[in-house]
Design a protein around this ligand. Structure first.
Ligand code: C2E
Ligand code: MG
Ligand code: MG
Length: 417
């Protein structure tokens, strides 16, 4: 049999012989063949592929379920998992999260005792889907192979952006700013807009920051790039205010921008040079940047605030900053990390994190922003939790300054959502 005609294998791994046998029999009733292992060591000796399904008990002597997943992930073997446990749902939920952080695919979790109907349905559905995916993947791989056959080495163009290319782009001013509106959840009024950097590449099209910010940071280019951002934002801010709009604009700073003690003075001088007040700008600092040298950054943050700039802590909840640092720094706004907002309508733990962030911000007199709002359900839940500001595709995607101005004018007539 060739690989493409072989069906996905189903492994059952449970040290409890009776339980393992029961699952095997249940699968058999649905005409599904399974390979049963009551020892984790024996299971790890077998040949497992990314197309297979592993029904895995978490609690086992020797290597437990978590260790098995870790070992397979380490060997880059990533089958589909159905996790089973006699513990409560929280243990299964957290094991699932752990697995997903290692890019492992957990199809479902089951608490013991396992109901026959539930188990058979789940296994059947998973088996059909996995076989379908396997066939699709094999088709794609075959097609790619065919396409690549006969190509000479010159056609192997790399998609990776080089540092020279990035430096040249900064010199050639190939960047633009897109603005994404922030609105007040209570009264739907415009609260401000975040300036997001875009690279208008001559051949690649519009390149998003995730494709070049890390590279810029790695090569200490962030001061140069932020200088470019500031000039672009100031230029666009002039266009916005020439249209009689008064909008507070948020600018993203990188950790590298906050290790120069003279930065607050330079920034103040720059905006004042263009006749703009610092009160028109909010500076967003990623939570992970707070882990840097504390005293110097606190000095910079305090002087920025004293000069009139507002300060926002971005992507809050993922950077492991301590509460002490958060209380010490004079932030005016807390932006809850998008990953929690994305999951909050389906995952009660993510919703709990959002609730705590909002409570914490209120205690510290900061306004809360939820970014990444994509649907009305998220909006409604955030409103109920008392979040102040909303940002996300539901309201508007980021857009060039001209479109932003039109959007603000039209919105007065139509409303946002
Ligand atoms: P960020 O500051 O957290 O910005 C929010 C990101 O979420 C933006 O991605 C925005 O387009 C995206 N977003 C907003 N609403 C939604 C939504 O409803 N769904 C989804 N899927 N995404 C949404 P973007 O523009 O790609 O920027 C990514 C990150 O790059 C930013 O995250 C920020 O950390 C960094 N960045 C962007 N511009 C600059 C800049 O000028 N300077 C620096 N240092 N970093 C920047
Ligand atoms: Mg931001
Ligand atoms: Mg963010």
């Amino acid at each position: 049999m060739t690989e493409s005609t072989q069906l996905c294998k189903i492994f059952i791994v449970d040290d409890d012989q009776q339980q393992a046998h029961l699952m095997h029999e249940m699968a058999k009733a649905a005409e599904l063949e399974t390979l049963v292992f009551t020892s984790s060591t024996d299971f790890l000796k077998s040949t497992i592929t990314k197309h297979d399904i592993v029904v895995l008990d978490l609690k086992m002597p020797g290597k437990d379920g978590i260790e098995i997943m870790r070992e397979l992930a380490f060997q880059n073997i990533k089958p589909y998992f159905i996790l089973v446990s006699g513990f409560d749902e929280r243990v299964l939920h957290s094991a699932k999260q752990l697995a997903e952080s290692k890019q492992l695919n957990v199809i479902s979790t089951l608490t013991k005792p396992i109901g026959a109907k539930n188990f058979i349905n789940l296994l059947n559905k998973t088996f059909i889907e996995c076989n379908l995916k396997k066939q699709q993947q094999i088709n794609i791989e075959t097609a790619t192979e065919l396409l690549n056959t006969g190509k000479d080495s010159n056609t192997n163009v790399s998609d990776v952006i080089s540092i020279e290319e990035l430096k040249l782009a900064i010199r050639n001013h190939e960047f633009i700013i897109h603005f994404q509106p922030k609105v007040s959840i209570n009264d739907l009024k415009l609260n401000g807009a975040e300036a997001l950097l875009r690279w208008q590449h001559p051949t690649r099209g519009l390149v998003l920051p995730k494709q070049f910010i890390l590279l810029a940071e790695k090569h200490n280019l962030m001061n140069l790039l932020t200088e470019e951002v500031l000039h672009l934002v100031i230029k666009d801010y002039k266009i916005i205010s020439d249209n009689n709009l008064n909008v507070m604009v948020s600018i993203n700073l990188s950790a590298q921008n906050i290790n120069d003690l003279s930065m607050p003075e330079k920034l103040e001088a720059l905006v004042k040079h263009y006749g703009i007040e610092p009160e028109s700008f909010m500076l967003e600092i990623n939570e992970s940047a707070l882990m840097n040298e504390v005293t110097e950054s606190l000095d910079i943050f305090n002087r920025l605030r004293m000069k009139g700039f507002s300060l926002s802590i971005d992507d809050f909840g993922t950077g492991y900053s301590s509460l002490v640092k958060l209380c010490q720094a004079p932030f005016t706004e807390l932006k809850i990390d998008q990953s929690f907002i994305t999951k909050m309508t389906k995952d009660k733990d993510a919703k709990a994190v959002v609730r705590i962030c909002i409570l914490l911000a209120k205690e510290l007199n900061m306004q809360t922003v939820a970014e990444g709002i994509e649907n009305k359900e998220m909006w409604d839940q955030l409103k109920q939790l008392g979040c102040d500001i909303a940002q996300g595709d539901l309201i508007s995607k980021p857009m060039p300054v001209e479109n932003f101005i039109k959007w603000v004018s039209n919105r007065a007539l139509k409303g946002y959502i």
